[in-house]
Design a protein around this ligand. Structure first.
Ligand code: FES
Length: 226
């Protein structure tokens, strides 16, 4: 697709400023690319590498390790069905088979209209509501065939746009505080670093209740399902 837009490039520089080493910002930057394009395009990976002073192969090698990142285009909705033990015992394979038939694609496939990509997933940490699945990392538990049919219909009709944004969109809350790894602009009047505007770089924070600066920058849970 494309390199980062000017707005996202600004956000990228703000994210890089949070870390003592530029390469430490790699995962947040990759999420930024995925949010922009829906997946990690070669051009997006090259742009991240350029910003971090790395080779594209280093960035691609890291990105390919994580199953939250997609290196090929995916559908608007990525549906991940857990088939691990608790969900399997509660009928996950029967559910997966039904979803395969309803979408007409096997796990790994994308519907011809580009609406759904289906995946089989390991434990999604919602075992108490097995069987479960996620759609763009939003949780849906206590699923059965009828619940999937309703969910798919709502997604297709756009009735869940607020709860389930398109694939890659992770952040809804932007904060203006954060850890600054580098002094922003030289010494202040008393020889101390000049505080950044608003107390820190403006960073998107997915879950405002979480304080981990790295992982919480982009990860969001839907609290109803979590
Ligand atoms: S086994 Fe399915 S969420 Fe844990």
């Amino acid at each position: 697709m494309a390199r980062l837009t000017p707005e996202n490039l600004t956000r990228a520089h703000e994210l890089i400023a949070l870390y003592p080493l530029r390469r430490s910002a790699m995962l947040p930057l990759l999420h930024l690319v995925q949010e922009q394009d829906g997946y990690l395009s070669p051009e997006g990976i090259e742009h991240v590498a350029e910003l971090l002073g790395l080779e594209p192969a280093e960035v691609r090698g890291t990105a390919s390790f994580y199953d939250m990142f997609h290196l090929e285009p995916v559908g608007k909705y990525v549906v991940a069905v857990c088939t691990n033990i608790a969900c399997m015992l509660a009928g996950a394979y029967e559910l997966l088979e039904h979803i395969e038939q309803s979408l007409g694609v096997p796990p790994g496939g994308t519907t011809p209209d580009g609406t759904f990509t289906l995946e089989e997933a390991e434990c999604l940490a919602l075992c108490g509501n097995a069987p479960c699945l996620t759609v763009n990392w939003r949780f849906f538990g206590d699923m059965d065939r009828g619940a999937w049919d309703s969910l798919a219909e709502d997604l297709r009709a756009g009735r869940l746009e607020a709860e389930v944004p398109p694939h890659g969109a992770l952040c809804r809350v932007r904060r203006s505080v954060g850890l600054m790894a580098k002094p922003p602009v030289g010494p202040g009047p008393a020889g101390r670093p000049v505080p950044a505007r608003g107390g820190g770089a403006e960073v998107e924070l997915a879950n405002s209740k979480t304080t981990s600066a790295v992982s919480s920058t982009v990860l969001e849970h839907n609290e109803e399902g979590a």
